[in-house]
Design a protein around this ligand. Structure first.
Ligand code: ZN
Length: 148
């Protein structure tokens, strides 16, 4: 493992061990569920949107290290962002982990640590699960987001 990979690994381990914004939100304006039957990852994502700004974002549930770290990093990246920037980041993150498209990694910040999952198609579903739930929440979907 080279130094960069090792650093990436550390970020994932850290966010898996102590996920950020890991709690229910009683005053959420939006909420959605995400389920990845392949791996068993299952999350709820909560949003408090006011004036098109994500004032607060949190998640609960359980999953593998990749899905948990991705959900945790997502909440950190999106808190305080407006909805259109969140949509943009959703698309960029999706491209980062599932396509060969060149993505400006500095723009994605810590989310870039998940770029390596591209090599493992089954893990892509883990990495994008919370994001699909987020997408559902922003669009007020009542159906749980599924990766299948
Ligand atoms: Zn998983």
């Amino acid at each position: 493992m080279d130094a960069l990979q090792e650093l990436y690994q550390q970020v994932i381990v850290d966010h898996n061990k102590s996920p950020r914004n890991f709690h229910e939100m009683s005053n959420a304006s939006h909420h959605a569920e995400g389920y990845n039957p392949l791996c068993g990852d299952h999350f709820n994502v909560y949003l408090l949107v006011d004036n098109n700004i994500i004032k607060d974002i949190s998640f609960t549930g359980h999953g593998c290290a990749i899905s948990t770290a991705s959900a945790s990093l997502m909440t950190e990246a999106l808190k305080g962002k407006n909805i259109s920037d969140a949509e943009k980041l959703f698309n960029e993150f999706h491209d980062l982990v599932s396509t060969e498209k060149h993505i400006e990694k500095t723009h994605l910040g810590k989310l870039a640590v998940l770029a390596g999952v591209k090599e493992f198609p089954a893990r892509v579903k883990c990495a994008t699960l919370a994001w699909h739930a987020l997408h559902g929440a922003m669009h007020n979907s009542t159906e749980p987001a599924k990766t299948e």
